[in-house]
Every structure is written in structure tokens, then in C-alpha cells.
Design a protein around this ligand. Structure first.
Ligand code: FVH
Length: 297
């Protein structure tokens, strides 16, 4: 598809990679009336999609040959590169969206490689699990070619809400991993809290009735902490100073040992908080700990 050309209503879309996510993407496109071609390294995974109306391609090159848009979604960038190398001869003039999870550098390197083969490249980070694809609440972050994003917006928006983050191909991967960092922070806190509480014989489901509202209440402090991070003014309007929080963290680690719970998740936070207090920032808010973990040149 040429720059400036608008996407036809029912464009031809190829999906390379039919794991849990690639299959959900292809099935959603089929439901939306697209002509869909699929390819997977293990051909059997294409069969349910063929039964739903997809054409099975013999190779990645065959899949890309006449596609208006190709969507790639495999386990990692090494696999993505392996698939694209098989399609090398078919890349020129094609539009490629890569929804494989990786780092900003992975995305930049692949974008450069794809550009050298003459294709337009858009990177994406899927903020959803497979059953959410095509449903409200699913979000995909995109960055890379603006023109490609605009050309295929209707098809991409059928998969999930789409947020375009600019022309830097690595930006979507960076934001994706940052959002996942927030999620894994939540999960590690949940697991540590669970290990503490269940060490007493209590049930986690009962404890959740206390934990969930507490986490919701604490998430209300994030806008204030974000403002402090942006301004660098960690000592303004502090209601829960770091020196006090360092003692609470120390107590959590001691309690964990007493209860025979591994302190690993909480220990990193304890260590950094204590270090920040030792540096003379005991009166600051907890936002100041970020100064120890981002290493600005
Ligand atoms: N599933 C999820 O919850 C998350 C949600 C957020 C986004 N992620 C990312 O999506 C990418 C694909 O994940 P997936 O869930 O589809 O993963 P699997 O079901 O494990 O399928 C893996 C596919 O990758 C193919 N593959 C693996 N290695 C190679 C290779 N060397 N060459 C070609 N293809 C390869 C695999 O093929 P096969 O094993 O069936 O032959 C599957 O198609 C991923 O980046 C998530 O982080 C999902």
C-alpha cells in the first residue's frame, strides 16, 4: 500500500505467529470481515483459523506476498527475526506491524533491518491478554511509522484501543515494559503480603477483602508522587516521610524472617530506602527513591 493511500474497508491482512496471542488477533480480524492469511512455524496451530475462514500460507514470504498489512506476533525478537528472514524477498513495499514483546533496542534494530529491506515498520506493545482482544479494555501501544498507523487504523482499532506514541520505534516497547513493571510490582507486593498472611494459617481470599481497598486507597497517592518525580521536589508537602517508611520496611523484613518468609521482594525496597535516608533525605517523600534507580548521566 502506497503512502497517502487510504486503507480499503476490508484489507488483506496476514498474521505470522499463531500462539495464544497471534490466534486471538487473527480470529478477531476474521470476525471483523477481513480477508486473513495465517502462517505459523507449527502448521497445526493454523487449522482452527482455517476452519473459521483464513487462508493458510505455505511460508512467511507467501503470507506477505499480497497482504496490505502483515502482523507479526511471536515469542521474542529472535523468533521475529527468524520469521522475517524467511520472508526477506517479500518485504519490499510491505507494511509490517510487529506486536512481539521486546526491549526498545530490539525494536529499533528490527525497524532498521526492516527499513533496509524496503518495508514500513510499526512496533507495538499489547496491553491485554488474548481473550481481551477485540473487546473493550484492550489497549495496544504503537510507535514507528505514522503513515502506516494512519493507513491501517481501522483494522488496528478492531483489535484494541490504539495509542500511537510517536515515530521512535522503541517507544512502544519502553512504555509496554514500564506498564508491566507496574504490574509486576503489584504482583510481587501481593505475593509477599500473601506469604506473610498465610504463614499464620489465614486464607488469601479472606485477606483480599482488606488488601484490595488498601491498594486502591494507596493508588490515590500516585498523582502526588508523580508530580514530585517530574519536579524533582521530593521534600514538598510530605505526609509520610522516608525515615519513618524505612523503619516500616525494616519491620517487614524482620517479620518475614520471623514468619519463615523469604524477604527478597521487599528487601530491594528496604535497601534503597535506607540508602536514601543515609544520604540525608529522611524527610523526603518516597518518590525520592527514584533518584537511586534511574541513572541519569
Ligand atoms: N499471551 C499473553 O498473555 C501476552 C499478552 C501481552 C503480549 N504478549 C506477547 O505476545 C507475543 C506472543 O505471545 P503468545 O501468547 O502468542 O505466546 P505463545 O502462545 O507461547 O506462542 C509463541 C509463538 O511464537 C512462535 N515461535 C516461537 N519460536 C519461534 C521461532 N524460532 N520461529 C518461528 N516462530 C516461533 C510459536 O510458534 P510454534 O511454537 O507454534 O511453532 C508461537 O506461534 C509474545 O511476545 C508475548 O510476550 C502475550
Amino acid at each position: 500500500m502506497r503512502p497517502g493511500q487510504k486503507e480499503k474497508k476490508m484489507s488483506k491482512i496476514s498474521v505470522l505467529g499463531l500462539g495464544a496471542m497471534g490466534s486471538a488477533l487473527a480470529a478477531t480480524l476474521l470476525r471483523n470481515g477481513h480477508s486473513v492469511t495465517v502462517w505459523n512455524r507449527t502448521p497445526a496451530r493454523a487449522e482452527p483459523l482455517a476452519a473459521a475462514g483464513a487462508r493458510i500460507a505455505a511460508s512467511p514470504a507467501d503470507a506477505m506476498a499480497d497482504a496490505d498489512l502483515t502482523i507479526l506476533c511471536v515469542v521474542d525478537y529472535a523468533a521475529a527475526r527468524a520469521v522475517l528472514e524467511e520472508a526477506e524477498g517479500a518485504l519490499a513495499g510491505r507494511d509490517l506491524v510487529n506486536l512481539t514483546n521486546g526491549t526498545p533496542r530490539d525494536a529499533q534494530e528490527l525497524a532498521d533491518w526492516v527499513a533496509a529491506k524496503g518495508a514500513a515498520y510499526l512496533d507495538g506493545g499489547i496491553m491485554a491478554i488474548p481473550p481481551m482482544i477485540g473487546e473493550a479494555g484492550a489497549l495496544i501501544l504503537y510507535s514507528g511509522s505514522t503513515a502506516l498507523f494512519e493507513r491501517h487504523k481501522p483494522s488496528l482499532l478492531a483489535l484494541a484501543e490504539g495509542r500511537f506514541l510517536g515515530e521512535d520505534p522503541g517507544r512502544a516497547a519502553l512504555y509496554d515494559l514500564a506498564l508491566l513493571s507496574g504490574m509486576y510490582g503489584l504482583f510481587s507486593g501481593f505475593l509477599h503480603a500473601g506469604a506473610l498472611v498465610t504463614s499464620s494459617g489465614a486464607g488469601m481470599s479472606d485477606f483480599l477483602t482488606l488488601l484490595l481497598p488498601w491498594l486502591e486507597a494507596m493508588s490515590g497517592t500516585l498523582p502526588d508522587l508523580a508530580g514530585k518525580i517530574d519536579s524533582g521536589l521530593h521534600d514538598r508537602n510530605v505526609v509520610s516521610n522516608l525515615a519513618m517508611q524505612a523503619i516500616a520496611l525494616e519491620n517487614i523484613v524482620r517479620a518475614s524472617r520471623e514468619q519463615n518468609v523469604a524477604p527478597d521482594f521487599i528487601n530491594a525496597m528496604r535497601r534503597l530506602t535506607a540508602m536514601r535516608v543515609d544520604q540525608g533525605h529522611g524527610g523526603d517523600d518516597i518518590s525520592g527513591v527514584i533518584e537511586l534507580i534511574r541513572r541519569l548521566e
